[in-house]
Design a protein around this ligand. Structure first.
Ligand code: PLP
Length: 385
């Protein structure tokens, strides 16, 4: 852990960034100058290359947090007579439904328990029976629980039924290879997932700071969406046209410092060895965390096969001496900040595996958790001493 930071953020966005990423923000940029716009163009190129080697994709950056880019995509690409099928097995799936409702987009929801993976049979049944559906939306890693949804399988169904596939890969892009048959460097693969629009943001696995999101889009599909946007500022097509035609310019003020930091974060991702290497580090963080916590006697919410190495949900200990806030404060004093749970059916807390965080940090974290529990007088049933 860097000595200059008060604590490590084990929260999946904003997350802990490197000092070198933060340092790039110590200067100001002019948004109509090449100095800045070449950085934007370079970021767009690099994002596409992280997703694919194909020329058929493009990238659009959008101001705001990740949700703004999800809303920009839904509101800009679905035509007035379109209908969206959404798999909802967590808070971010629910948010997609909420956005569709707010924008007046016809929507069919497959509501599932948060501890169950996206149900392919229900997806197929909906696609077969409801021919009004034009678009399908799925959350890749449900950050609510840490669930990894079968994006490739949903993408295959979308393709089979000739639907446009929108993937919220907010908390996975850059940290998890897009597919098993990805390029040799472990990155490629948006076409094998079948996603026409993949949405993510600056402050997740690429390890930048918050301030904008981005959409990797199938160029020909995006090109058909002119004039559809239900919002002026969140018009994905217009933003794309501005960036394409004015060499990296954004419509309206862009988050210059965040953008500069993101360019550095992309270089650091490359220096680490690309998505495959980052995935390996996150997986090792995750493995150490799960192993250490289980040794302390904690139970995990999800079975191993469902877990993504992004964030992990732990069930509260049975001991009534346990309460989240004192536990949180005791860990914060020990320089680790964790996350409350978000599941409606179980009492949980979450620990992020991502960011500028390393296996040794996880080892120390587990030690600090043991110390905090002892201080708070919490005993774990089944704990080994
Ligand atoms: C972080 C995240 C978002 C976006 O959340 P914001 O708070 O708007 O950044 C959307 N979907 C998923 C799965 C996420 O993890």
């Amino acid at each position: 852990m860097d000595a200059d930071i008060p604590y490590l953020l084990l929260t999946p966005g904003p997350l802990t960034t490197s000092r070198t990423v933060r340092e790039t923000m110590l200067r100001d940029y002019c948004t109509w100058d090449d100095d800045y716009n070449t950085i934007v163009s370079d970021i767009r190129d690099r994002l596409v290359r992280l997703a694919t080697t194909s020329e058929n994709y493009t990238a659009v950056l959008m101001q705001g947090s990740g949700t703004f880019s999800v809303e920009a995509t839904l509101g800009s690409v679905i035509p007035p007579d379109g209908k969206l099928l959404v798999v909802n097995n967590g808070a971010y799936g629910a948010r997609i439904v909420q956005i569709a409702e707010r924008l007046g987009i016809a929507c069919r929801e497959i509501a599932q328990p948060e501890v169950e993976r996206a149900d392919l049979e229900r997806v197929e049944a909906a696609l077969r029976s409801d021919t009004a559906i034009t678009h399908v939306a799925l959350v890749h890693c449900e950050t609510t629980t840490g669930m990894l949804n079968p994006a490739g399988d949903v993408g295959r169904l979308a393709r089979e039924y000739e639907k446009i596939f929108i993937l919220d890969a907010m908390s996975s892009f850059g940290g998890i290879p897009l597919s098993n048959d990805a390029a040799a460097d472990g990155s490629g693969g948006i076409e094998s997932l079948g996603a026409h629009f993949l949405v993510s943001s600056a402050n997740k696995c690429i390890q930048g700071v918050p301030g904008f999101g981005f959409v990797i889009a199938h160029r020909a599909t995006l090109a058909q969406t002119a004039g559809r946007a239900r919002s002026l500022s969140l018009d994905l097509f217009d933003q794309w046209q501005e960036m394409e035609n004015k060499a990296g310019k954004w419509r309206y003020t862009s988050p210059t410092h965040t953008v500069r930091a993101f360019a550095q974060a992309l270089l650091e991702l490359e220096a680490e060895g690309g998505v495959a290497a980052r995935y390996a580090r996150y997986s090792e963080n995750h493995r150490r965390l799960c192993q250490g916590m289980e040794r302390l006697g904690f139970k995990l919410l999800l079975p191993p096969a469902y877990r993504a190495p992004i964030i992990t949900s732990f069930i509260y200990p049975d001991d009534l001496a346990f309460a989240f806030m004192p536990f949180y404060e005791a860990l914060k004093l020990r320089r680790f900040v964790i996350y409350p749970g978000k599941v409606s059916t179980a009492e949980t807390f979450r620990i992020g595996n991502i960011g500028h965080v390393f296996p040794d940090d996880m080892r120390l974290l587990v030690e600090m958790i043991a110390e905090a529990l002892e201080e708070l007088g919490v005993r774990l049933v089944g704990a080994r001493t």
